[in-house]
Design a protein around this ligand. Structure first.
Ligand code: SF4
Length: 518
């Protein structure tokens, strides 16, 4: 190790921290071939949690030995070969389930340890990796899915995202962080990288330096969701594009060396930021980076929540991108193959994941748009979806997740379809469903957040799945988390309760008035 573990002799370290001192998370990569040869029974129970560093979680129930795998897709951009490889993995090993996550990554389910080496090989051949997609490490870098083709970006962020991703990938100096560490780098003026809910986020800014207008970033630090959500705080600095990696290293080092390791529930960077405040954090940062200019002018003009539906002109004349709805982020392998084929036939073969769990196809010349839109897959994967299914997000839920209290994905899809049949609105309503307080479905930033709980049945003869309802979340103008309505709703009654709520909204709203604005 090239660094001193300052926390090593802390007697109050939590159990996970003690295990990480004995066995670094990345060591699991060396052991996986042995476990694959020996089968699931050969994996000692105390190693199960370390698979996260390889992007693998045991799905529910753990004893059955099936893994969920998350694959990094920095900025959400997949080449044709990568998309096809992922589709084949879903088809060959993952029971045909291909999920797009709220951080632009891809998830598989039903994988067995014996299959993992072959899956790793296939990923490596096309430049993909699941390493660091889970665990106490830097995660997939979220960014602008339109990077490089975007009329609303201040510049192309793809090279920066790639440089930062490659630096932290498999980097043993940063594989033992106090908790997960989420990054966002985007220069799109509509904040599709959801800057405020990341541990560190670079957002577009300009500053006059020595008489020259420089395009760069502002820096937000310490955001995160889960049971105690925080919005990231902006530091008074301006970061030039060539400084992004150094600043990322500095913030990650601060987190590694000063982040809390006694209580796991206080280990995210957001708690350190809450205690230090942005001024102290800036001082610490500058001790690592040297002087940075103070804040310039923000270039953010709003928040598009990661939605890009329809056909839109790229910054390259004569080319277009087509934004598509993937209902609750789930595709079959054949659908991914078909979308990749269409992208290669009409565009350049790329598919791009959005953190709204949707997709877009870039580089479609004007004259090919009409032909593309006639492809039959767009009857389900729509370019102009209805207002509920088009804006419904869901976490994995009880189907596979060990922490889930309720079913989510299918339930969210059923409810959204039902509401689309019942209520015709002129504006979208963003609904996010999660199966527990951990917020993988980003419940806190939804217009309507639905959080699964258990409650006693009406007959008092057992527990039933139920939901708390939260309203009014946004990342517009720096952000505001949604607030809980009183009470909880039995899952069976949830569709009707939401119908009543939304019918009331429809009956009382002005034309074009959105569900929540502040
Ligand atoms: Fe599982 Fe909870 Fe995350 Fe949903 S929010 S995937 S239930 S941990």
């Amino acid at each position: 190790m090239a660094y001193v573990k300052k926390w090593e002799h802390d007697e109050k370290l939590n159990e996970t921290e003690k295990e990480k001192l004995e066995y670094d998370g990345l060591e699991i990569l060396k052991d996986i071939p042995t476990y694959a040869a020996g089968g699931f029974e050969s994996i000692p129970k105390e190693r199960w949690a370390m698979f996260k560093w390889a992007g693998l979680y045991l799905q529910k129930p753990k004893e059955d030995g099936y893994f969920m795998m998350r694959v990094n897709v920095p900025s959400g951009i997949l080449t044709y070969e990568q998309a096809v490889t992922l589709a084949h993995i879903a088809r060959d090993y993952g029971r045909d389930v291909f999920d797009i996550t709220t951080r632009q990554a891809v998830q598989f389910h039903w994988l067995r340890i014996e299959e993992i080496p072959d899956i790793f090989d296939r990923l490596e051949k096309v430049g993909l990796s699941s390493t660091g997609a889970c665990g106490d490490i830097t995660r997939n870098i979220m960014g602008n899915p339109l990077a490089g083709i975007d009329p609303h970006e201040t510049f192309d962020t793809r090279p920066i995202v790639e440089k930062v991703y490659q630096f932290f990938q498999n980097n043993e100096d940063f594989s033992n962080l106090p908790r997960k560490f989420k990054m966002s780098i985007s220069s799109n003026v509509h904040n599709p990288g959801h800057a405020e809910i990341n541990d560190i986020a670079f957002v577009p800014a300009m500053k006059e330096i020595d008489g020259e207008r420089v395009t760069g970033f502002h820096l937000k630090v310490g955001g995160g969701l889960s049971a105690r959500p925080f919005l990231a705080e902006e530091l008074d600095v301006f970061v030039r594009p060539e400084e992004v990696l150094d600043v990322s290293i500095a913030v990650t080092t601060i987190f590694r060396d000063y982040g809390y390791r006694q209580k796991r529930t206080r280990a995210r960077l957001k708690f350190l930021m809450a205690d230090w405040g942005p001024e102290v954090f800036k001082e610490k940062l500058l001790a690592y980076t040297g002087p940075l200019p103070t804040r310039g002018e923000s270039q953010l003009v709003g928040w598009n929540a990661g939605y890009f539906y329809g056909v839109h002109a790229q910054k390259q004349a004569g080319l277009n991108y087509v934004g598509l709805n993937v209902p609750v982020g789930r595709l079959s392998a054949d659908e991914v193959l078909e979308l990749a084929r269409i992208s290669r036939q009409y565009g350049n073969g790329e598919l791009r994941n959005c953190n709204s769990q949707n997709l877009l196809i870039p580089h479609v010349p004007d004259e090919k748009v009409e032909g593309l839109l006639k492809e039959s897959i767009f009857d389900r994967i729509r370019t102009n979806p209805p207002k509920f299914i088009g804006y419904a997000v869901s976490c994995t839920g009880i189907e596979y997740c060990n922490l889930a209290l309720t079913e989510t994905k299918e339930r969210m899809r059923r409810i959204a379809d039902y509401l689309d049949q019942e209520i015709n609105l002129d504006v979208p309503v963003r609904m996010h469903m999660v199966g527990c307080p951990n917020s993988c479905g980003q419940r806190q930033i939804a217009d309507i957040g639905l959080q699964g709980i258990k409650m006693k049945s009406k007959e008092k003869n057992g527990m039933v799945e139920a939901f708390e309802i939260y309203v009014g979340g946004t990342l517009q103008d720096g952000g505001k988390f949604n607030e809980k309505l009183k009470g909880k709703i039995d899952g069976d009654y949830l569709p009707d309760v939401l119908r009543e709520l939304l019918q009331y909204f429809k009956d009382h709203k002005e034309s074009e008035e959105t569900f929540f604005a502040f």
